[in-house]
Design a protein. Structure first.
Length: 271
């Protein structure tokens, strides 16, 4: 018995000295993409204003969030993507019946970010009372309205984190026919939306929904872009840039958001 006791004591001592296995590490980007992220963030830091960045690898679960990813910035036209999601799902449930005209307006919202189309659908199908109460279900949990501005799709404060969750809702939770439709529309946008995530370049087969406006409270420009890049939409990217620039703010924000995507993805996809 003494010998058995001694053996057990020795075993326990060895176990006590053996370090516990580390908890599973969070998914990480590969080394090349990590270097690209560092360069993209350094570039963003050198540019005017604040830029929220969220990059996600949908295959591994790796996520990069910049310090400003949770900063509230005016959404501009990016909620049009959430409006499309809501209308398609409401049509599926029988709550509404989308007409051929409605579907043309949806196309125009996604293709060229047509404001008149958005206004028509927003008012026709219930405005804030109907749309906004469901937007958090699609990932926009940070969003809020303010009493300083009209409560409509363009005057929503939101974050890059919200846009990240929204585009991933589109890609992972929508019925396949709706997902494929929206992906196709985002990949074939009008020239006025070919910036921001579009900077990933043709090899990345990007798609995006952009939002931009100079109606910030201080007169400066807001330039936002959310979309995907890579094979099978592997990567999603959400960019929100409050340029804080009044003169040439549109060009400044367009350059900032496009260059970030270019640094991340141009030349990254081989073959």
């Amino acid at each position: 018995m003494k010998r058995l006791s001694a053996i057990l004591t020795a075993i326990l001592a060895i176990l006590a000295l053996t370090p516990a296995a580390p908890a599973s590490a969070a998914p990480r980007f590969d080394r090349e993409l990590q270097a690209r992220i560092a360069r993209a963030q350094a570039y963003a830091d050198s540019r005017p204003g604040d830029t929220g960045i969220v990059l996600r690898d949908r295959w591994t679960g790796a996520v990069y969030r910049s310090e400003a990813a949770g900063t509230l910035i005016w959404a501009c036209s990016t909620p049009k993507l959430a409006m499309v999601v809501d209308l398609l799902l409401r049509n599926d449930s029988g709550a509404v019946r989308l007409t051929a005209e409605d579907r043309d307006l949806i196309h125009r919202m996604l293709n060229s970010s047509d404001d008149a189309a958005a206004h028509t659908l927003w008012t026709r199908y219930g405005g804030e009372a109907e749309f906004a109460k469901r937007f958090p279900s699609y990932g926009m949990t940070d969003m809020r309205f303010t009493d300083q501005h009209p409560h409509h799709w363009g005057w929503i404060l939101t974050t890059a984190n919200d846009l990240d969750r929204l585009v991933n809702y589109v890609l992972t939770k929508l019925p396949r026919q709706h997902r494929d439709y929206i992906v196709r529309e985002m990949r074939t946008v009008d020239v006025n939306q070919q910036w921001g995530v579009w900077g990933a370049g043709p090899a990345a087969r990007p798609g995006n929904k952009n939002g931009w406006s100079d109606d910030n409270d201080d007169g400066s420009w807001i330039m936002n872009s959310v979309g995907f890049a890579g094979p099978h939409e592997r990567y999603t990217l959400a960019l929100m840039n409050n340029t804080k620039v009044i003169q040439n703010g549109y060009e400044t924000g367009q350059e900032t958001t496009t260059k970030i995507s270019e640094i991340l993805f141009k030349g990254y996809f081989k073959g």
